[in-house]
Write a protein that binds this ligand. Structure first.
Ligand code: SF4
Length: 328
């Protein structure tokens, strides 16, 4: 089989699904000529909707470790033996400090993650106070990764000033049971639908390198497309020591493979903010300039429990690649 790149481009332009065969073909491309064609059509789509701009987000881990869930990739899970800082809700001053750093560097958004899957009303009330104060003092856009809330808790978060929620699918439906047994894929979908109904923007993507097949990646990207989030973060597994995936076979995550996944994410979600999230530094390495042909957003200053590139070097990476650092 071969594919017609012009056809794929037109489908993406019309926001249509690609066929499963087309998606598999893209992920299997292994010659330079076709890889360049893929970059070319992906860039045309990216340019149309996002220009040459790249926005940068920073991440604060506002509650770390001691999670009741058993997500195998996660250093904060109940089965992880990873040596990480564990703390209940962070002190407000630390959150504010990160918010100020972000504001000074004119990052587009402050993403705040909390470990855990459910929260008491008291915890949510306390966190909402933080958000209200943060909005008063630095007023960046805020996205929260905050598990499964009740409808009332979610409403409180919205009133406090959170306008976007991150809730990833992580992988395809069929593979989900292999990476987590304490909650289901359907519970995740239900949670996402609730936040959408309440008017939150959604940030919804996944992790590549969990041991999934290409079809699982395609399942996940098709489901993401159905959800139609504002933002699509694609993470590449950082195998953290002490987690069940610490010795995971990540040999497939070559720079080219990661870039092909990002291209596919863009072609299926032409208008979204497609973000290369965790793992770009260790997997895409010195080919990171090419990822901007697909993505218009990246993180700086590390991830929830892993280090990453600092903000200044991230800005330099964007500019050296010939793209523009997007200032709010
Ligand atoms: S990914 Fe979230 S829900 Fe899963 S173990 Fe980590 S903190 Fe808990």
């Amino acid at each position: 089989m071969s594919i017609n790149f012009e056809e794929i481009y037109k489908k993406s332009l019309n926001n249509e699904y690609l066929t499963r065969d087309e998606c598999n073909y893209i992920l299997n491309i292994n010659n330079n000529e076709e890889f360049k064609k893929l970059l070319d059509i992906t860039y045309k789509i990216r340019k149309k909707y996002k220009g040459n701009k790249v926005s940068v987000q920073i991440l604060t881990n506002a509650k770390s470790g001691n999670c009741s869930q058993d997500c195998k990739y996660c250093a904060q899970s109940c089965i992880s033996k990873a040596n990480i800082d564990k703390y209940p809700l962070i002190e407000y001053e630390k959150l504010l400090n990160n918010g100020k750093i972000g504001k000074n560097k004119k990052v587009a958004r402050h993403c705040i993650g909390l470990s855990g899957i459910t929260f008491t009303d008291k915890q949510i009330d306390e966190f909402c106070e933080y958000i209200k104060n943060l909005k008063k003092e630095v007023n960046t856009d805020i996205c929260c990764s905050i598990g499964f809330l009740t409808r009332d808790q979610a409403k409180k978060l919205k009133e406090a000033g959170v306008n976007r929620i991150n809730h990833n699918l992580n992988t395809g439906r069929n593979f989900y049971k292999n990476i987590c047994t304490t909650h289901t894929y359907d519970e995740r979908i239900k949670n996402i639908e609730m936040f959408k109904e309440l008017g939150f923007e959604m940030c919804c993507g996944g992790i590549i390198g969990l041991g999934e097949s290409q079809d699982d990646i395609i399942d996940m990207l098709f489901e993401v497309k159905r959800i139609n989030p504002k933002s699509v973060p694609i993470n590449f597994l950082i195998p953290i020591k002490g987690t069940p995936l610490e010795k995971s076979d990540i040999s497939k995550l070559t720079p080219e493979y990661c870039i092909k996944v990002l291209c596919l994410a863009r072609l299926l979600n032409p208008k979204a903010d497609v973000r290369c999230a965790a793992g770009r530094e260790i997997h895409i390495k010195d080919k990171q300039n090419l990822m901007f042909y697909a993505v218009n957003s990246i993180f700086a200053s590390g991830y929830l429990t892993a280090d990453g590139q600092n903000i200044d070097d991230t800005i330099k990476l964007i500019e050296d690649a010939g793209f523009e650092y997007e200032i709010e």
